[in-house]
Design a protein around this ligand. Sequence first.
Ligand code: FAD
Length: 242
Amino acid sequence: MRLADGSEHRADVVISAADGRATIFELLGGRYADDEIRRRYDGLPVAESIVQVSIGVKRDLSALPPMLDFPLDAPIDMGGALHRRLVLKHHCFDPAMADPGKSALTVWAEANFDHWKCLRKDEARYAAEKDRIGQEVVAALDRRFPGLAADVEVVDVATPTTYERYTGNWRGSIHGWALGMKKMQFMMRMGMSKTLPGLHNFYMIGQWVEPAGNVQLSAASGRDVIEMICRQHNEDFKGVSR
Ligand SMILES: Cc1cc2nc3c(=O)[nH]c(=O)nc-3n(C[C@H](O)[C@H](O)[C@H](O)COP(=O)(O)OP(=O)(O)OC[C@H]3O[C@@H](n4cnc5c(N)ncnc54)[C@H](O)[C@@H]3O)c2cc1C
């Protein structure tokens, strides 16, 4: 592995937990991608990214259902995507998320990655668009829960480029591949290879080698790879097999 500061580190085994495309085609320069891998990365759809508006309010909303999906009086433009409903979650189930009497709220909406990528080139317009969306979402919540806007203490807006910047995931995808039910069931049965042809002692884990990727499957793929390595070295695997 070569780090950003130029230092090099050698290891018996290397496991990449980063974005699949960046690992295969950027870090490894596409040298270990066969036709099947190229077809997958060229052809399979990826899960769309999102705009997430996170709001801290000085109001206890724990009596609400944990998730509410409600229609809007007027649609909100979330940057390249018009939304006529909002999906609101509160996180009151976790007392660590807000002080007593307060609540942490999130609103998710599918978003257009290309729109945000283009906007990001102009920092002032990008920031203004995030502000507008934050204000429109708070105003919509205020209509649904009168007086809520006055209780808002903090608003943060994350966009598809925020997810791309923090995680390096292709197009800011939030859970890897976006497969239809049939294809997903097929691929989950078949599994996706965690190794690359011609590259020994190298493994990939995470949402790009686990169709229907999520936290649990991504973590489990790490455990699976350790089991594979143990088997290869005739070592006992002390974890629980899937
Ligand atoms: C807003 C949001 C909400 C979600 N909610 C849920 C949920 O409720 N339940 C659920 O199960 N899943 C949820 N998911 C999906 C879940 O978070 C992902 O599927 C999961 O985190 C993927 O794990 P991963 O380890 O494959 O990749 P990631 O979590 O994306 O981790 C990749 C890591 O690699 C690092 N990295 C990338 N490139 C490099 C590099 N070149 N060098 C060094 N490090 C690098 C990144 O910084 C990052 O830390 C959500 C995702 C999002 C974005």
